[in-house]
Structure formats: structure tokens, C-alpha cells
Design a protein around this ligand. Structure first.
Ligand code: C2E
Ligand code: CA
Ligand code: CA
Length: 543
């Protein structure tokens, strides 16, 4: 067999056919098929090219006519395009075809496009997202990587889009309507967005598209979006986009490019009116700083750059300090003071939070042991647990062993966690908390009143102390119609819990909380978080 024939055999075996299409003004379109393609079309080589075209076109599933025509016209413009559609085979029934190609720019008469045709019926279930019919994340990444590798001289861009507050939309209109919106956007966007090559849905409302790197002005972008959203099943949605141009750095993987487009998108998440952001030097620089933070974390822990500060909790009834919360600080040798709000979310993402929380717990135990040995006053200390700490099934054992190894009574260790800790796997996590509670640790529910608090979850959880978020305290104004603060303190009493009010800064707030019989006060009014030696002095001075 000659090598061409072997090549054809291999393609036919893989379910791939090669085709050529001639579009000449005034003539019927013609399609030429190789043997693999004839097999896929279920016809013999006697059929005339005009009839082959008709045969192919008429068997495309009618709801895909538009996307197929769209791709063919992209190919005719000299772009590489790809499209998938169900096709009615005369013997095999419906098969799924993936077809791609581009035009032969040197063709003497009319337009000639050529490409491949592949039977992907077997792969369909792995490639497509069942809700929208778009590619799955895994398939999109591998396909986009192939396209980039095969066309090293072409510039592309990656567009990442998501809908602002999609969670809230789902809650407001119901999940079914939310799904309808996603389907609508997938269909409409796929048809209307020019220069698109392939697109996928990564999760929820996160759409990703590989496009040719044709720049678009803000005005063009807004017009295009208005056309896409014209008949949206949910009105007034805010859709935001992040873009990565491959020419910024072609050496990284498609997956890293998508991450960068996402970073661009994140940079405008909370910015009113901002619709689209392009990954640029500025965003790149902040990425490098975050990477530096992440890469330096282990070393920083070894070099004791992390310091544990304590913030007093004032016991209102006894009018003295009744405990403290351990809050971590990072004193970086070059970047200086970094606040936990900046690094904790990064550590939660990369998993380092577990190391850090272990360090804080161990340090707190050491300090308390020191107090016991020096026969100083020992007050309970609470440590924060991140939702990620619960990913490890040995958390309960770890905490118990650590605290026991320093000979600290369990009731002196309070564990603060937020309701979001329960959202991933409520049953398993509730079980772990229950176990910690049974072993005598005091459980505090942190940040109560921020966003997602729900009375149902509250009634299902085991805990001893409710920490009222500072937003509730600071929003509390006399004569407000809904007295949230009063309601919360009432709730605490009903549930026979104890309350800690966070972020108390003024005398008025303090008096109001006293009136509502709140148990503990934590806030700048009494003291800011301080170094441990300062806290020891603070306690001693109280006497
Ligand atoms: P959080 O647990 O809600 O901690 C209370 C935050 O409020 C602290 O911020 C504290 O400094 C601040 N604060 C206290 N009183 C006042 C006040 O009167 N006014 C105002 N404006 N702020 C007040 P910080 O130390 O920056 O910590 C931020 C968050 O970082 C903490 O929120 C906690 O979620 C997290 N975090 C801190 N340390 C750790 C840790 O060791 N492990 C984990 N997992 N998270 C930690
Ligand atoms: Ca806390
Ligand atoms: Ca809090």
C-alpha cells in the first residue's frame, strides 16, 4: 500500500473523512468526499458532487443549520472554524459529527474550503455539558490546546464570562429559570459572537470561548451584548467578561490562560459599570505578588514571620476581660505588614491555611501553658477555623491531640467557624463539630448576620456562642424599623446561647448592647488586637 492509502485507511478507521467544498457564483455548491467521508455519509463514489452537497446538507439536524452556515462562512473568510451537529445517517441513525476546516486562499475560481469530518458519537457524552450543549471544561481545554499547538503563528484570545450575582438570580427566579438563562446565553452567544472558534461551560455561569484575536471596541462590545441579551428570559442581567490575548505570553498552557482571563474578570467584579477587562501588565504584576505570597508562605512560617495577636473579649456582666480571640498577622521582611484579609483567601485556595491554623492553635496552647506554669490568670482563647480545615478528616483528632499535649483543659479553647464552613458537606461537617463539642471544646459561630445566615441552618448546628458580626452592630441606629440587633440578642437568649458582639467602637454601641444583655464585647472600644506580651500586661493592669 502506498503511504497515502495507508493514511486514508487510518483516517477511515478513526471515523474521519476529508472533504472539499466548492462555492462558485451561479452554480450549485459541490462537495468532494474521500473514501472515509463517503463512508460517513453512507453513499458511494458514483454520486455527483452537487448531489453529495445536498445529501450532506439535508441530513443536518435543522436546529443546527444556523451554526453550520455560520462556521462555513467563517471558513470562507479564511478563518479556521469548527462546528458540531447531529446528522442523520441512512443506516446508523443519528450520529454526532464534528467538522472543521478553512479556505484555500489560492483557489483560482470561486471559493474552495476544505476540512475534516469526524464521527464523535462515542465521545459526545464526555465532551458536552448536558445543560447547554457546550463543551465541558476538560474537553474545551484539551481542544483549545490542540488548536493553539497546531497554529503556532495565529494569535487568539480567550474570553471568560460570567453573570454578576448568578446565585441571587437563581434564588430570586428559581433554578429552572436560571438554567433557561444559561441555555439561552449558550445558544445565542454561540450564534452571534463573531470570531468564536470553540466555547465551553466550565461550571455554573462560567462560559469560556476561544476566539481569533480580532480586537473589539467598547462600543462594538456593548452593541453585541445588547443583541445577545435582547430576548433574555431574565431581564437586566449584568454580564461581565475577562480577556487574555495569547500574544501576551504564548508559552503558558491554555488552562493558565483561562486563569489569567479570570483574574482580569475578577478585577472588575465589584466595579459598577465595568463590563470587560483585558489581562495586562498591571494585573500580571499583582499576580506575581500573590504568587510570591504563596511561594513564601512555608518559609515565612519557618522563620516565624507569622505572629499571633490577641484581642480581648470583655465580659459585660463581670466587667473584666473574659477571653480573647487569636488573630494572625504576617510581618513580611520586604512587603511589611500584610493583613489576614489579604492572605487568608489565598491560603484557603492553595490549602496552606491548614498549616497556618495548626501553627496558630499550637502557639496559643504554648502561650496558655506558659500562663499556667507562671501561675498567671488563664483566660479562654478562641482560634479561627477555616472551611478548608474541614477537608481533612483528622481535624478532630489533630485538635484534641495538640491541646492535650500541652495539658490544656478543652473548655479553654474556643473554636470559631462561620456558617460557610457547613456549605460544602453539611452532614459530615456538623458531625465533626458535634464531636469537638462532645469533647468539651467551645464552639462559636462567627460572623453571624453576614449575607447567608439562615435560621434553618442555625437550628441544625451544635454551638455555644453566637458572634454577632460588626455590620449588625454598626448598622444599628435608633428608631430603625427592623431592629436586627434586638432580634439577634433575643434569639441568643431563646436558644440559651451566649453572645459576643464584634466591632464595638463607641460608647453608644456599648450601652445599647448592655441594655440588650449581650454577654461579651469585642472591639476597638476596649482594645485592638495586640501582641501577646501586651495582652499579658493588659490583663495584669485590670486587677
Ligand atoms: P474575624 O474572625 O471576623 O475577626 C475579626 C476582625 O475584626 C479582625 O480583623 C479584627 O482585627 C477586626 N476588628 C476587631 N474589632 C474591631 C473594631 O472595633 N472595628 C473594626 N473595624 N474591626 C475590628 P483581622 O485581624 O484583620 O482578621 C480578618 C479576618 O481574617 C478574621 O475575621 C478571620 O476571618 C480571618 N483570620 C484572622 N486570623 C485567622 C487565623 O488564624 N485563621 C483563620 N482561618 N482565619 C483568620
Ligand atoms: Ca473570628
Ligand atoms: Ca467575625
Amino acid at each position: 500500500m502506498d503511504s497515502q492509502k495507508i493514511g486514508r485507511e487510518i483516517l477511515a478507521h478513526a471515523g474521519i473523512g476529508i472533504w472539499k467544498m466548492e462555492l462558485i457564483d451561479g452554480c450549485a455548491p459541490r462537495m468532494y468526499a474521500d473514501s472515509g467521508m463517503l463512508r460517513l455519509l453512507g453513499i458511494s463514489e458514483e454520486m455527483k458532487p452537487e448531489a453529495v452537497y445536498q445529501w450532506w446538507y439535508e441530513r443536518i439536524s435543522p436546529d443546527h443549520y444556523e451554526s453550520v452556515s455560520e462556521s462555513v462562512s467563517k471558513m470562507a473568510q479564511g478563518l479556521v472554524a469548527e462546528v458540531s451537529y447531529p446528522w442523520q445517517h441512512p443506516e446508523w441513525g443519528t450520529i454526532f459529527i464534528r467538522c472543521g476546516g478553512t479556505c484555500d486562499e489560492n483557489y483560482p475560481a470561486g471559493i474552495c474550503i476544505g476540512g475534516w469530518h469526524q464521527d464523535v458519537t462515542d465521545l459526545m457524552q464526555f465532551e458536552k455539558d448536558s445543560l447547554t450543549g457546550m463543551y465541558t471544561k476538560k474537553y474545551f481545554l484539551s481542544r483549545a490546546q490542540e488548536i493553539l499547538d497546531q497554529n503556532p503563528d495565529q494569535d487568539y484570545k480567550i474570553l471568560v464570562s460570567d453573570i454578576e450575582n448568578f446565585k441571587i438570580i437563581n434564588e430570586k427566579y428559581g433554578a429552572e429559570k436560571g438554567n433557561e438563562l444559561l441555555q439561552y446565553l449558550a445558544q445565542r452567544g454561540g450564534k452571534i459572537i463573531p470570531w468564536g472558534i470553540i466555547s465551553g461551560r466550565f461550571y455554573a455561569d462560567k462560559f469560556v470561548m476561544l476566539q481569533h484575536a480580532i480586537p473589539m471596541s467598547r462600543k462594538e462590545g456593548l452593541e453585541l451584548e445588547a443583541r445577545i441579551l435582547e430576548d433574555s428570559p431574565i431581564p437586566n442581567i449584568v454580564w461581565k467578561h475577562g480577556v487574555y490575548y495569547t500574544r501576551f505570553d504564548r508559552s503558558i498552557s491554555v488552562s493558565a490562560m483561562v486563569d489569567r482571563a479570570n483574574l482580569a474578570l475578577d478585577s472588575i467584579k465589584k466595579v459598577y459599570g465595568a463590563k470587560c477587562a483585558i489581562y495586562d501588565e498591571r494585573i500580571h504584576k499583582s499576580l506575581l505578588v500573590s504568587q510570591q505570597i504563596i511561594e513564601n508562605a512555608e518559609q515565612a512560617l519557618r522563620e516565624e514571620q507569622f505572629q499571633v495577636y490577641l484581642q480581648p473579649k470583655h465580659d459585660l456582666r463581670r466587667n473584666m476581660t473574659g477571653g480573647a480571640e487569636a488573630l494572625v498577622r504576617w510581618i513580611h521582611p520586604t512587603l511589611g505588614f500584610i493583613s489576614p484579609g489579604d492572605f487568608i483567601p489565598m491560603f484557603e485556595q492553595n490549602g496552606f491555611i491548614r498549616e497556618l491554623d495548626h501553627y496558630v492553635l499550637e502557639h496559643v496552647c504554648q502561650v496558655m501553658k506558659g500562663w499556667q506554669e507562671k501561675q498567671m490568670q488563664v483566660v479562654p482563647i478562641s482560634v479561627n477555623l477555616s472551611r478548608r480545615d474541614f477537608d481533612y478528616p483528622d481535624l478532630v483528632e489533630y485538635i484534641t491531640e495538640t491541646v492535650d499535649s500541652y495539658g490544656i483543659e478543652h473548655s479553654l479553647i474556643h473554636l470559631e467557624l462561620t456558617e460557610t464552613a457547613f456549605s460544602d458537606n453539611p452532614e459530615r461537617i456538623s458531625q465533626m463539630i458535634k464531636e469537638l463539642h462532645t469533647r468539651g471544646f467551645v464552639i462559636e459561630l462567627d460572623d453571624f448576620g453576614t449575607g447567608y445566615s439562615s435560621l434553618i441552618t442555625l437550628s441544625n448546628l451544635t454551638f455555644d456562642v453566637l458572634k454577632l458580626d460588626m455590620s449588625i452592630i454598626q448598622d444599628d441606629k435608633p428608631g430603625k424599623e427592623h431592629d436586627v440587633l434586638k432580634f439577634c440578642t433575643y434569639l441568643v437568649k431563646m436558644m440559651k446561647l451566649q453572645s459576643v458582639a464584634e466591632g464595638v467602637e463607641t460608647r453608644e454601641q456599648l450601652e445599647r448592647l448592655r441594655e440588650l444583655e449581650c454577654d461579651y464585647i469585642q472591639g476597638y472600644y476596649f482594645a485592638k488586637p495586640m501582641e501577646i506580651v501586651k495582652f499579658e500586661e493588659y490583663l495584669a493592669n485590670e486587677k
